[in-house]
Design a protein around this ligand. Structure first.
Ligand code: COA
Ligand code: ZN
Length: 287
């Protein structure tokens, strides 16, 4: 059976299983690990091969995305080569519907961020496809989507309820008709005292201090092929401006949930602060 990377054995075992001699003669029946997406699968089982193909494309290139899904909140015109933003069009789109990408600049990529409506099942389900990949990569629980969707989740069962009031929100970043990034956010209540400072170098939590933050970054993810082009930062900015309707937050109103290694680097660059006395970089976090 195909396995996502979280179930991988150690690297040395993986290397032995992927000897090129065995693969080239076509008789390799041993499971092997794709070095790009990290999935382990059996090349001779067709269902495994299909599963891997689907996972691989999602992981590297994101998910196909219909323009009918999500409310476009921000558009970008980017130079395809450099990903540099040539023009950023800040616009809150009130009416849904197809957005015309008319432009004579073929070298430009027209990207946008769309906010997911918890009550529209098709866009919630499409976002869940991406969240599966995200959670696999982060080795995070799969059942933490209730706060941005109308999903009822318990004991591994997800059902769409379509009624309860969401306590968070989600945005996707769309490029060339694919959702290539996602961010999910929880509204934090200061009464719950979930805010903490994390020391960047050691990942230790500063004791006896409970700062108040307004928005928790539950997950942020960008597909592998699109990393390092500023998309993570654009998702954070979209969240800062639009997650709380009618109220633009400060960067330091946003806190991270157990940042991963790359998440920690993004956090440091986005809203890390230097503690005056110790000179250490602190990351706003929540538990
Ligand atoms: C973390 C993640 C979302 C970053 O997305 P991204 O689109 O590559 O981020 P950006 O291009 O906006 O990065 C902005 C800045 O953050 C820092 N940064 C982000 N990822 C980094 C990395 N892997 N290594 C070093 N610095 C990094 C850099 O300072 C970068 O600026 P620079 O490119 O000018 O140096 C992406 O790497 C990812 O999806 N990782 C896997 C999932 C994950 O770990 N998510 C975080 C959960 S807390
Ligand atoms: Zn793969």
């Amino acid at each position: 059976m195909a396995r996502p990377p979280k179930n991988l054995q150690n690297n040395s075992t993986g290397k032995k299983l992927t000897q090129s001699v065995l693969r080239l003669d076509g008789n390799d029946s041993a499971p092997r690990r794709c070095h790009e997406c990290g999935m382990t699968f059996s090349p001779h089982i067709s269902s495994d091969v299909n599963l891997h193909e689907k996972y691989h494309v999602l992981h590297l290139n994101g998910r196909k995305w219909s323009m009918k899904w999500g409310d476009i909140i921000e558009k970008y015109q980017l130079n395809r080569e450099t990903s540099e933003a040539l023009h950023v069009n800040l616009q809150l789109i009130q009416n849904r519907g197809p957005w015309s990408l008319a432009s004579s600049h073929t070298a430009l990529s027209h990207d946008y961020v769309a906010q997911i409506s918890a009550s529209r099942k098709s866009e919630v389900m499409a976002t869940l496809d991406i969240m599966e990949i995200v959670n696999d990569e982060l080795k995070a629980p799969q059942n933490e989507n209730h706060f941005w969707s109308h999903l009822y989740e318990r004991d591994g069962i997800s059902d769409f309820k379509g009624q309860t009031k969401p306590t968070g929100t989600a945005f996707v970043y769309v490029s060339n008709k694919r959702a290539v990034g996602v961010i999910t956010l929880e509204y934090l209540n200061s009464r719950d005292e979930r805010g903490r400072w994390m020391i960047y170098d050691t990942a230790g939590i500063v004791s006896n201090v409970k700062p108040s933050f307004k928005l928790g970054i539950s997950r942020v993810w960008v597909c592998k092929q699109q990393r390092g082009r500023g998309i993570g930062t654009r998702l954070l900015e979209a969240a800062r401006k639009y997650a709380v309707p009618g109220f633009e937050l400060e960067k330091l109103d946003m806190a991270w949930s157990q940042p991963s290694e790359s998440g920690g680097k993004l956090a440091k660059s986005y809203n890390g602060v230097v503690h005056q006395k110790s000179g250490k970089v602190l990351i706003p976090c929540y538990i």
